[in-house]
Design a protein around this ligand. Structure first.
Ligand SMILES: Cc1cc2nc3c(=O)[nH]c(=O)nc-3n(C[C@H](O)[C@H](O)[C@H](O)COP(=O)(O)OP(=O)(O)OC[C@H]3O[C@@H](n4cnc5c(N)ncnc54)[C@H](O)[C@@H]3O)c2cc1C
Length: 472
């Protein structure tokens, strides 16, 4: 990589890992070797990095917490670790502005000090705010949008080093494109997000028949402010988790070390390791874990973010798509038929969540309808590979048939032509991308593969090797 001494000195002054450092995502399923892994401290640093990148035809990628289960954050050129840009900037009524590198768990604490909270949240809070909205990270609730939908303004440094601001009344098209930006438009330095007064949630989790749940999915989806369903494949078992805002402050979470940590984590991981050699044991394992850990009612009250989040156990392959709620029951039944009839042995749970329609152009929930996210998982006990590709192919075929759109963060098989037909504003997004980044400074393998038309040119030198780890 040819780069002037002065520019190299500047990059080296921000470097936080030596040359040869390997970036890996959380699940260790994708990796890359950035030539420069640097942590900018200010927007000026980022502007200078973008100019250097343009001058030397290098790619630049920001990374949040690296939790995306795909190569969406990978680059072999300049990778920006955003951890030094994680400050709380301001708060006006119920709207907070923070730097793009702030992690969600830091945001919860900052908001709590101001008696505020995010209205909805996914399973974890490790993500950075800019990384979470990049892929339309979502929680659940038919009356609640995804995290991108909560954004009312942001600032980014585009591919020409220009500082671009957008909000609901200024540069609205950029806002609607950038609220789910895929890391393709610029480096997001500030995010302004709508919050609500701090609240506590009362959660009730109880077993139900999967057949009953799918027979009346709309009613179940609307039965609480936040509803999440876990189906246990190879069985008719499901658990329905419902959470509502409450004034109560009692009933802390009834976590049991023996049941949930020792058995539900450590023993389960060993069982899954064994099941790599004996996959026929998986249905029995699923029934056993359902009976011991999920086959009874649980109830608890806690601060909202603590109730939304839960332990996602060990590294995993995941795939998740959003389908219109009206088609979700049919899609789930077809998935059930496939798991019953194909002979495949798959892990629990299949996770089912709901998100209100949104105006965010690239959100999988774009449109007027509530969508149902369906997520499948295959755990990787002790980071070991397990077979998952046949399951994924069947799952994606069913999701496509039911008008599905994949979660952007997760490795998926949809490409330019699919997106043009699935997203009415997709071409407008690409136009804005072209304006923001005409020289493809923010391009990487993932973006090139998925969102550019086939054969689109590569203007930056990245000697791209962001890869799915070869042992998988
Ligand atoms: C255990 C686990 C649980 C999860 N639970 C959920 C869930 O409940 N719901 C859900 O929807 N998703 C979930 N996810 C997915 C996760 O929310 C997304 O992958 C999210 O995008 C990760 O955020 P991050 O900060 O790690 O971003 P990264 O993965 O680091 O990056 C994601 C994208 O954002 C870009 N980016 C990051 N920061 C910036 C910036 N400042 N400027 C420009 N671009 C930037 C990157 O370049 C990349 O393109 C989960 C993932 C894991 C591993």
């Amino acid at each position: 990589m040819d780069i002037s001494k002065k520019d190299a000195e500047f990059l080296n002054s921000l470097r936080i890992q030596p040359h040869g450092f390997e970036f890996q995502n959380w699940a260790r399923t994708f990796s890359s070797r950035p030539a420069y892994y640097v942590a900018p401290k200010s927007e000026q640093d980022i502007v200078r990095i973008v100019h250097i990148a343009n001058m030397h035809k290098l790619a630049v990628k920001a990374v949040g917490s690296g939790h995306s289960p795909s190569d969406i954050a990978c680059t072999n050129a300049i990778m920006l670790n955003m951890d030094r840009m994680n400050r709380f900037i301001s708060c006006d009524a119920e709207v907070a502005t923070v730097q793009g590198g702030m992690r969600l768990y830091q945001l919860h604490e900052e908001l709590k000090q101001r008696q505020l909270a995010l209205s909805n949240l996914g399973s974890i809070s490790d993500q950075s705010i800019a990384g979470a909205i990049a892929t339309a990270t979502h929680g659940t609730g038919v009356r609640y949008g995804d995290m991108s939908d909560m954004v009312v303004g942001l600032v980014l440094i585009d591919g020409q080093g220009r500082r671009q601001e957008c909000n609901l009344s200024h540069n609205r098209a950029l806002l609607d494109a950038a609220r789910c930006h895929l890391g393709a438009l610029g480096i997001v330095t500030q995010v302004t997000i709508k919050c609500e007064p701090m609240f506590w949630l009362h959660a009730v989790q109880e077993p139900e028949s999967f057949l009953n749940v799918t027979q009346d999915l709309h009613t179940v989806a609307e039965s609480a402010e936040h509803v999440r369903i876990w189906w246990f494949p190879h069985t008719d078992n499901a658990v329905v988790w419902r959470a509502n805002r409450t004034q109560s402050r009692s009933h802390k979470s009834p976590e049991s070390f023996i049941r949930d940590r020792l058995y539900g984590f450590h023993i389960y991981q060993m069982q899954l390791l064994k099941a790599r050699c004996f996959p026929e044991t998986i249905p029995q394992l699923t029934r056993e874990h359902f009976g011991r850990r999920f086959g009874f009612k649980r109830e608890w009250v806690d601060e909202g973010f603590r109730v939304f989040n839960f332990d996602c156990l060990f590294p995993q392959y995941v795939n998740e798509w959003a389908v219109p709620l009206d088609l979700a029951a049919a899609a789930l039944r077809e998935l059930q038929n496939w798991t019953d009839e194909s002979g495949a042995r798959v892990h629990f749970p299949v996770e089912i969540r709901f998100v209100r329609g949104t105006s965010v152009w690239l959100s999988p929930a774009y449109g007027d309808q509530v969508v149902c996210y369906i997520g499948v998982i295959m755990y990787r006990p002790y980071h070991r590979p397990v077979p998952y590709k046949t399951y994924w192919r069947a799952f994606e075929r069913i999701m496509r048939k039911h008008e599905g759109r994949p979660h952007w963060a997760k490795a998926h098989g949809m490409f330019f032509n699919d997106f043009v037909s699935r997203y009415p504003r997709f071409n407008e997004f690409l136009e804005i991308r072209n304006q923001c980044d005409p020289h493809h400074v923010f391009m990487n393998d993932y973006l090139r593969r998925h969102i550019l038309p086939p054969g689109a040119s590569q203007n930056t030198e990245e000697s791209q090797i962001s890869t799915e780890n070869p042992r998988l």
